[in-house]
Design a protein around this ligand. Structure first.
Ligand code: 3PG
Ligand code: MG
Length: 378
């Protein structure tokens, strides 16, 4: 089973185990039916070589705790230890492989390189179960190439994700409000091209806002900003004009990402040169909440600020609160966004759907074909 157990870590402590819990229904079923289960996942972006910071060992331990059974963790992927752990599996037993991205072949752009790795992953496998929805937008060996080599099926998580997210691809109840934030700006930037024509309003917060503020000619201080994105942001603003794209008008700023650094609220056109935006400001939060309140459908991907630090959680909390207050069909997408709502004390069932995929849900609602889903259909 390919799961997405890419959970947020705080050192070697699991900060949020939502993605592990989301994998339990399929795993429990496989176990109860006497399958010999090999679970695999990536964790973070270790860059194609082993880096113990990104070991899945703590995840294996947590999974064992949640399932109430031992999870064998041999510590390699397709090496001799994994092979002998798999050979020793009994019906209902579970082996978790080490982080797939410890091998550069997993994410290689070369089909042959990925294919060779996929051959080795698939060698002991009778049935492949795709349940790692959060990684299905990646054309990676474990996501795309292994299912091409095996009898394969979608797990319960993937089935539930597809059923819920499909509601955002046709007959959408309007107004359709999309809220975008988060720090993986490069990954999600392309989404604007298609969402501009689909959504009635696009509210932008988090680090996603800085290229747009910069494109408007504002100074963003030391905020997270990749230069190449400013031109693209300018093109999207032009394309959208007068536009569904709405930016923060005020921000909470500080000199560093630390809870005890002095926090100030400034207008978006007055970010001091030595400070960075760490949350949307109260005026923007109220405006975003009001926009959410008028929506018939809301899709939210990416926190509005550094919610992990209490002084910068208010924007994210305001968006979550407005969504739970609304009668609209509400979808929260993303590992971090799901973790954010749980960390801030919101119940998952207060939303229409909480997706475990960030980039994956965003690509799905644009109508793109996810490689992991495509591979199941061939
Ligand atoms: C995620 O957290 O979005 C998924 O696990 C995919 O991770 P990636 O963006 O590093 O491919
Ligand atoms: Mg993520």
């Amino acid at each position: 089973m390919r799961a997405d157990l890419n959970v947020p870590l705080d050192g070697d402590r699991i900060a949020d185990d939502g993605r592990i819990r989301a994998s339990l229904p399929t795993l429990a079923t496989l176990i109860s039916r006497g399958a010999r289960v090999i679970v695999c996942s990536h964790l973070g972006r270790p860059g194609g070589r082993p880096d113990l910071k990104y070991s899945l060992a703590p995840v294996a331990a947590r999974l064992g705790g949640l399932l109430g059974q031992e999870v064998d963790f041999p510590g390699d992927i397709v090496g001799p230890q994994a092979r002998s752990a798999i050979a020793a599996l009994r019906p209902g037993g579970l082996v978790m492989l080490e982080n797939l991205r410890f091998d550069e072949a997993e994410t290689s752009k070369d089909d042959m390189v990925r294919g060779y790795f996929a051959d080795r992953l698939a060698a002991p496998v009778d049935l492949y179960v795709a349940d790692g929805f959060g990684a299905m937008h990646r054309k990676h060996a474990s996501v795309y190439d292994v299912p091409l080599r095996c009898v394969s099926a979608a797990g319960y998580l993937v089935q539930a994700e597809v059923a819920a997210l499909r509601q955002l691809t046709a007959d959408i109840q309007r107004p359709y409000v999309v809220v975008l934030g988060g720090a993986k700006v490069a990954d999600k930037f392309d989404a604007f091209g298609s969402l501009i024509s689909k959504a009635d309003r696009i509210l932008v917060g988090g680090a996603m806002a800085f290229p747009f503020l910069a494109a408007r000619g504002l100074k963003t201080g030391t905020s997270l900003l990749e230069a190449g994105q400013v031109d693209a942001a300018a093109r999207y603003l032009e394309l959208a004009a007068p536009g569904p794209i709405e930016l923060p008008s005020d921000l909470a700023v500080a000199t560093e990402i630390a809870a005890d650094a002095p926090r100030r609220v400034v207008a978006a056109d007055a970010i001091p040169a030595d400070q960075m935006g760490l949350d949307i400001g109260p005026e923007s939060a109220a405006r975003f909440a009001a926009a959410i309140g008028t929506a018939g459908t809301i899709f939210w991907n990416g926190p509005m600020g550094v919610f992990e630090l209490a002084p910068y959680a208010a924007g994210t909390r305001a968006v979550a609160q407005a969504m739970t207050d609304s009668d609209a069909f509400t979808v929260v997408g993303g590992g971090d966004t799901g973790a954010a709502i749980r960390a801030l004390g919101f119940a998952g069932d207060a939303f229409g759907h909480v997706s475990t995929g960030g980039g994956a849900s965003l690509e799905f609602i644009q109508g793109k074909t996810l490689p992991g889903l495509a591979a199941l259909e061939t």
